[in-house]
Design a protein around this ligand. Structure first.
Ligand code: ADP
Ligand code: ZN
Length: 751
């Protein structure tokens, strides 16, 4: 067991451990980094992957267990994958095991075994197939030999007729061709595909002059090994530039990863990519079946051994695929908050991890958005990224004209009909009369987001979360938008029996109002209540003009290209500003700008209408003036003044507990320890607290857990890395001291 010649390895396990456990490898057995091994940890068997070999254990050797076995049937994890896990764990203050778990979520032991068995079966099948093919080849070759023999005998005989010789020759040629085909087929069976080089038609992409210029600039950035950020107005043709760069990468024999925030967006995109690159396109996202995802992973791995090429279109989790020969990463709509994983760990931002991945592979990276994040713009300003601007649209229409409607003023003038101002309703009618389309955003789904009793003020709330329930219609029910809790709708107040009434209107109610305001119009709704297949149909229908008015939540503002759309409106825009958060204005600006970009994408100028009670808000004003650069400047200045990212780094420490008392006690205790550890790093006049809280987040109880947040604001200097290490060590010590593991989470760069 603990023989003198055994060696030691460290093994990454899918667990939240702040150390990497060590195991012995018996003499005669050999494993390499990245190999899969079965080990016993705390009485349970796990499948893990070898981190390092030949290590010198720092515990007593007799206490180190041997591995249970080496799992030879699984593909080893590449060095690049392990380096990425380490980088992610280091940056996001989690364990390498947690990243490993995110990268191989289906690698539970049984599934891995099933996969291995499947591979064995598949290999056996291929073996049988090639054997039978070999037999056929032998037979064919025998026949060729015989016929050749006959041919030479015939030729030797002077009386031989020329004609029969010709027949024999032709038949030999046919047989030889058949043998050749059989040999190819064997190749194919062994390698899964015919090794071939992909040639793409350059003609599939023709850049305009300014697109070409931007592309050339991007190439310069790649040569400097800098991430390239394209800030290009919607409709400027960023996609064409991405595809041009992808073509270049693929023709050099390297592979491409194209990230999108959500897969709903990528339907149109998928068709476009396929039209250029054909069947090397693979998709990868969390809504695909495990089998489909495994299949994609296999194809990518094969690319490494067989030189076949791929172009993956995927959501953030596609980062953790076993990439090989990666030459280019594209991060489309890089500002989108869907790139951030909020739970479970690793709480990473796909955009930033993509930059790490590119570095590990020495790949180029291209970020793009009409409304880039302040973080990326800042990186552009300080030269870390090469920032390029595309101000021209492909089609000649100008940016949509923006109109702000003051709903408070309209209400005083009796100018409101429910959620719609008469002005907006008139604009919608005009648009419909011209045979054009209308898009309406309402940031909240449901019929009524909040219900209340008009006589006693009672508001129905979720029993598990500290939020009000929303009324959804057909079927009528009350739903919690945080945990999904659903209950039947009872129209009377349980306290006093008065009929409840709805406060505000969600998308369902807007849809109902629109139906009565615009009779005859074909109206559809799109939000996260819409079933997946219906959603795809709706997007398609709006694109082809079979829907006149589309009403939805923010999902409708993401990346779609609707040729007939000329009027876009936001009902109750202020709900976009509502959240108490340092990113609120940035997010609102991005949401509105994206929405504005949806309309008038062809040759006709569109109109963009904002209904608000705060018409003077700088986000609306600057949007209407078309001065997005100025807005960026203003927002960045504010962030600097108040010590927010990107000028500092924020880590949220969340304490979650079913008991309110404990959540409060433990968070207060932890905050005071952090206070002692970090003190205040900032000069007083800067008004920045290093350790703030504990405070209650806007929703302070979710799914039965009470939540308290302690916010750490760290200086972005060379001590940052140390400070982060110190933070995780302090939290780990706290968890041990109070036996409080599982209640505390760290979120670096919270959204
Ligand atoms: P963005 O992603 O910057 O919003 P898109 O790439 O969607 O813009 O382009 C907007 C529209 O213009 C699309 O319909 C696209 O097909 C078209 N387009 C842009 N550039 C070109 C080009 N070079 N050749 C042909 N069509 C283009
Ligand atoms: Zn709930």
């Amino acid at each position: 067991m603990s023989g003198k010649d055994r060696t030691y390895i460290s093994v990454i396990l899918p667990l939240r451990l702040d150390w990497i456990p060590c195991y012995g490898v018996p003499e005669g057995e050999e494993v390499l980094p990245g190999d899969w091994v079965r080990v016993d940890f705390a009485g349970r068997e796990y499948l893990g992957t070898v981190d390092k070999t030949g290590i010198v254990p720092d515990t007593e050797q007799a206490r180190i267990k041997d591995i249970v076995s080496a799992e030879r049937r699984l593909w080893p994890v590449s060095e690049e994958e392990r380096r990425l896990w380490e980088a992610v764990a280091d940056y996001y203050l989690c364990s390498t095991g947690e990243v490993f778990k995110a990268a191989y979520p289906t690698m539970k032991i049984s599934q891995a075994e099933a996969l291995a068995r499947m591979q064995e079966r598949e290999n056996a099948r291929k073996e049988r197939l090639s054997e039978s093919l070999m037999l056929k080849i032998q037979k064919t070759e025998d026949m060729i030999r015989k016929k050749k023999q006959m041919l030479s005998e015939k030729r030797d005989r002077p009386a031989g007729k020329g004609k029969s010789c010709e027949i024999l020759e032709a038949s030999i040629a046919r047989l030889e061709e058949k043998a050749g085909q059989l040999r190819l087929k064997i190749e194919e069976t062994r390698h899964g595909c015919r090794p071939e080089r992909h040639l793409f038609q350059d003609a599939a992409i023709t850049l305009t002059e300014y697109q070409q210029k931007t592309y050339m600039e991007a190439l310069k950035g790649f040569r400097e090994h800098k991430p390239v950020l394209i800030k290009g107005v919607t409709g400027s043709g960023k996609t064409e530039i991405y595809l041009r760069a992808a073509m270049e990468t693929l023709s050099q024999g390297k592979n491409v990863l194209y990230l999108v925030p959500e897969i709903a967006v990528s339907r149109q995109l998928k068709d476009r990519i396929q039209s250029v690159f054909g069947d090397i396109l693979l998709t990868f996202h969390s809504e695909e079946s495990n089998a489909a995802r495994r299949d994609t992973a296999e194809k990518i791995r094969k690319s490494g051994t067989e030189g076949s090429q791929y172009f993956v279109l995927g959501t953030r989790s596609a980062i953790f695929l076993p990439h090989t020969r990666l030459g280019l990463i594209i991060v489309d709509e890089e500002h989108d908050s869907s790139y951030k994983q909020s739970s479970p760990a690793p709480r990473y931002n796909g955009r930033d991890v993509a930059v790490m991945l590119a570095k590990i592979h020495g790949a180029d990276i291209l970020l793009g958005s009409a409304t880039p994040s302040l973080e990326s713009v800042f990186n552009g300003h300080c030269g870390k990224y090469r920032m390029l601007t595309l101000g021209k649209r492909y089609y000649k229409a100008d940016e949509a004209e923006t109109e702000i409607i003051d709903t408070a003023a309209e209400r005083r003038k009796n100018g409101m009909a429910g959620s719609f101002s008469r002005k907006l309703a008139d604009r919608i009618r005009e648009t419909l009369e011209c045979g054009e389309q209308v898009l309406i955003l309402r940031a909240r789904r449901a019929f009524s987001p909040v219900m209340q009793c008009p006589s006693c003020g009672y508001i129905p709330k979720c029993p598990h979360c500290n939020v009000s329930l929303s009324l959804h219609k057909s079927p009528d029910r009350m739903v919690c938008h945080h945990c999904g809790y659903t209950t039947a709708f009872r129209p009377e107040c349980p306290e006093c029996g008065t009929a409840l009434y709805g406060i505000g209107s969600g998308t369902q109610k807007i849809e109902e109002e629109a139906a009565s305001l615009f009779p005859g119009a074909r109206i559809a709704r799109l939000d996260s209540d819409t079933p997946k297949t219906l959603a795809a149909e709706t997007i398609k229908g709006f694109g082809t003009g079979s829907i006149d008015i589309l009403i939805g939540t923010q999902i409708i503002s993401k990346g779609f290209d609707f040729p007939g759309l000329t009027l876009t409106a936001v009902i109750s825009a202020d709900s976009l500003l509502g959240v108490q958060d340092f990113r609120a204005d940035e997010k609102a600006m991005q949401a509105l700008e994206q929405l504005r970009g949806r309309c008038g994408r062809r040759d006709k100028r569109g109109r963009f209408i904002i209904q608000t009670c705060r018409p003077g808000h700088p986000v609306y004003r600057q949007l209407a003036d078309g001065s997005s650069d100025l807005l960026y400047e203003t927002l960045l200045l504010e962030r600097k003044e108040f010590g927010y990212p990107p000028f500092t780094r924020i880590v949220n420490v969340a304490v979650k507990d079913p008991s309110l008392q404990k959540a409060e006690d433990m968070s207060a205790r932890l905050a005071s320890i952090l206070e002692q550890t970090f003190g205040n790093n900032y000069p007083e006049q800067m008004n920045i607290e290093t350790v703030a809280g504990p405070f209650s987040p806007p929703v302070d109880r979710v799914a039965g857990y009470n939540i308290r947040i302690i916010r750490l604001t760290l200086k972005k200097d060379r001590n940052l890395h140390d400070a982060k290490r110190r933070l995780s060590a302090t939290v780990a010590a706290f968890e041990r001291q109070y036996r409080y593991a599982g209640h505390i989470t760290l979120d670096v760069d919270p959204d």
